[in-house]
Design a protein around this ligand. Structure first.
Ligand code: TXA
Ligand code: MG
Length: 337
């Protein structure tokens, strides 16, 4: 199967929406990362998404809608708090886990009786949902386990020959996947995956916000988790990633002592001056780090890095999301000095 590369022209978006309506899988841009979109109500199309990614069948897909009011068509009982959160954060990088109804097949929800609902803000994605008239199930468009794609080129490289088309909607603004939350009664939510909608932002609307333990800790095999994605190996490039939580001087010592072939460092912008070893930078603040992280992990593979020492980001605000992805990319290999 050849994979068409589509632009964001009106006729190309109609083509993408038509393909989705017919049951095909299409790579689509969102403000977080690129997704692999299919009609969420078409079981065969959803199975093709799992197959293209090589994703375990028990890891549910997020369902993307043009407007939060449509969530009523696919769910069974939405807490008032969800509407208040939607007023503030939809469209945008927030996914709310809600009880699903029968319109969402079990394949889409990975066998769960809940469904993650998201209203993306990217105008291209929004148009495609509207034109297709379908709720669009879309996981990140990477091969399972690899860093998520933030450009159409990344999607092509992972998915060429495996899906019908990719729509180029430019580079993803946030660069990390949406914040995923579940509800704990009418006043509280639990963060299952951190993202650009931070704990602090959720606290403007919710009485309490629980940060799930699995966000910063390794999940032991066989543990029951609130979100199946927490169990799996994630975001890992081919290179061995090691996170280093230390001062700049100690970080530099660690890298210089190694000195092996194929060793690189991924550092902050301000560390780069007079840096004596091979390195890339990933921004100066959490927002830039989120925007660049996955792209840099892919670039490091492209230049043949074998081992990458990464300066650990802050865990404040959006930094928690960056930290969460990196510690997984590193397989929880952290040097703390
Ligand atoms: O930003 C995003 O959310 C991107 C774009 C394409 O929208 N999508 C995305 O999907 O990251 P995916 O499938 O790569 O990650 C979805 C995560 C997984 O960790 C999954 O386990 C969790 O959300 N999830 C989805 N539905 C869930 C549910 N019903 N209950 C608990 N966790 C759920
Ligand atoms: Mg993913």
């Amino acid at each position: 199967m050849g994979t068409e590369l589509l632009t964001d022209s009106e006729s190309d978006l109609l083509r993408a929406a038509g393909l989705i309506k017919q049951g095909a899988v299409v790579g689509i841009p969102t403000e977080t990362v690129y997704g692999l979109g299919a009609d969420a109500c078409n079981e065969e199309a959803v199975r093709a998404v799992f197959a293209a990614k090589g994703r375990p069948a028990d890891n549910p897909l997020i369902v993307h809608l043009a407007d939060f009011s449509q969530a009523e068509d696919y769910t069974d009982g939405i807490p008032q708090l969800a509407y208040r959160l939607a007023d503030r954060f939809c469209p945008g990088p927030l996914t709310m886990v809600l009880p699903k109804n029968d319109k969402i097949p079990m394949v889409t929800s990975g066998g769960l009786d809940t469904v993650g609902i998201r209203v993306p803000s990217h105008p291209v994605m929004h148009r495609i949902i509207e034109m297709s008239g379908c709720p669009i199930a879309a996981p990140s468009a990477n091969r399972s386990g690899y860093p998520s794609p933030t450009t159409a080129d990344h999607v092509m490289r992972d998915m060429e020959g495996r899906i019908a088309a990719v729509v180029d909607g430019g580079q993803s603004e946030f660069g990390l996947e949406s914040t995923v939350i579940s509800f704990e009664g009418e006043r509280s939510v639990r963060i299952l995956r951190p993202g650009a909608v931070t704990r602090e932002m959720l606290l403007e609307i919710c009485e309490s916000v629980i940060v799930d333990k699995a966000i910063l800790n390794e999940v032991a095999e066989g543990t029951k988790v609130a979100s199946p994605g927490m169990k799996y190996k994630h975001y890992s490039p081919k290179a061995d990633i090691i996170m280093v939580e230390s001062s700049l001087d100690d970080f530099n010592d660690v890298v210089e002592k190694d000195g092996g072939r194929g060793v690189y460092a991924l550092i902050f912008d301000e560390d780069a001056e007079n840096c004596p070893f091979r390195h890339m930078t990933y921004g100066a603040d959490s927002r830039q780090q989120a925007h660049l992280l996955f792209q840099r992990l892919r670039e490091l593979d492209d230049i043949g890095a074998k081992k990458v020492y990464v300066r650990a980001p802050s865990k404040e605000g959006m930094g928690l999301a960056v930290y969460n992805r990196l510690i997984r990319a590193a397989g929880f290999e952290v040097i703390r000095i």
